[in-house]
Write a protein that binds this ligand. Structure first.
Ligand code: ASP
Length: 307
């Protein structure tokens, strides 16, 4: 039985000198838990869609990461979350932007595929839909994280809108891509976005083709990085197009987009990518990316820095 799974917990300036051993263990454990949640499904013949959702839920529930619980603060001191998910067999996709209080935005994104006739729902409307199908909500306290609060206070003081990637800051957009034993790909991404964001700002994470894409003919991609650049470079679909129309391998397409095109464009970040041949590529142009992977014949592995 052939399957693969890769996950990320955000890319950015990750300085090993500022990482305490305890913090590093916590990150590694969080990533490992997500890999295990996905592998349990894949190893028993489950779908890649179930696997990426399970992995992302695990990361959303972990306050270390900037998604679900532990999401960054908006300018108004709230948490507004974005998420999307796509299946490679049918090209069906679901996305939510700017939702508040929803415990697991990725599950809401999936419900949009399965329980609505739409692809993307935003803010109040998305919340009303989540309530109509009885998805769990949590109060503000659940999403609160002391470090994020401090980050927000600092950003307010400096009057900046801060990516969760800046030096010495907590990282955290999360994502997963998988190939299941039936030969189907899926991708999922979830985030709290940028600290001190306002005016309903949404990044690339909820945008199909920018932050997330899956197509059995090409690849499954989940991105993390400076969303504005990833939207303008249509990163996830660009990689798929290079494979489909130019005949590039997954590795070639990822290297070109992340290490050449995005760098020239000024877009810092990275992504995780899978194809139907069992390849997994996890490129980034920042100093680090919280990431992990496994295959049916490769044990779960997690990495943080360039190595
Ligand atoms: N891409 C996300 C955004 O711009 C942030 C991240 O990946 O950490 O909202």
């Amino acid at each position: 039985m052939k399957y693969t799974l890769a996950i990320h917990g955000g890319a950015g300036t990750i300085d090993p000198n500022k990482m305490t051993p305890a913090k590093e263990v916590a990150y590694r454990t969080g990533l490992m838990n997500a890999l295990q949640a996905g592998e349990k499904i894949l190893a028993s013949g489950g779908s890649s869609l179930d696997a990426v959702e399970a992995a992302v839920i695990t990361l959303e529930n972990d306050a270390l990461f900037n998604a679900g619980r532990g999401s960054v603060f908006t300018h108004d001191g709230k948490h507004e979350m974005d998420a999307s998910l796509m299946r490679g067999d049918t090209l069906e996709a679901g996305a939510v932007a700017g939702v508040r209080g929803v415990q697991n935005p990725i599950t809401l994104a999936r419900a949009i595929i399965e329980k609505s006739e739409h692809v993307m729902l935003c803010r109040d409307g998305a919340e009303a839909f989540a309530k109509s199908i009885d998805l769990p909500f949590q109060d503000e306290e659940y999403f609160f994280d002391a470090f994020r609060h401090e980050q927000w206070q600092q950003a307010l003081k400096e009057n900046v809108i801060q990516l969760d990637h800046a030096d010495d800051k907590k990282f955290g957009t999360v994502g997963a891509v998988a190939l299941d034993s039936h030969g189907n790909l899926a991708a999922a991404t979830s985030t709290g976005g940028m600290t001190n964001k306002r005016w309903g700002r949404a990044g690339d994470s909820p945008i199909i083709g920018a932050g997330t894409y899956a197509n059995n003919q090409t690849c499954a991609i989940s991105c993390t990085g400076h969303g504005e650049f990833f939207i303008r470079a249509v990163v996830a679909y660009d990689i798929s197009c290079l494979i489909e129309y130019k005949g590039m391998s997954l590795q070639q397409a990822c290297d070109f987009v992340v290490k050449d095109k995005l760098v020239k464009f000024g877009g810092e970040g990275g992504l995780i990518a899978a194809d139907v041949h069992g390849n997994l590529i996890l490129p980034f142009n920042s100093s680090g990316m919280y990431r992990g992977w496994l295959k049916n014949d490769v044990p779960p592995t997690v990495r943080i820095y360039k190595d």
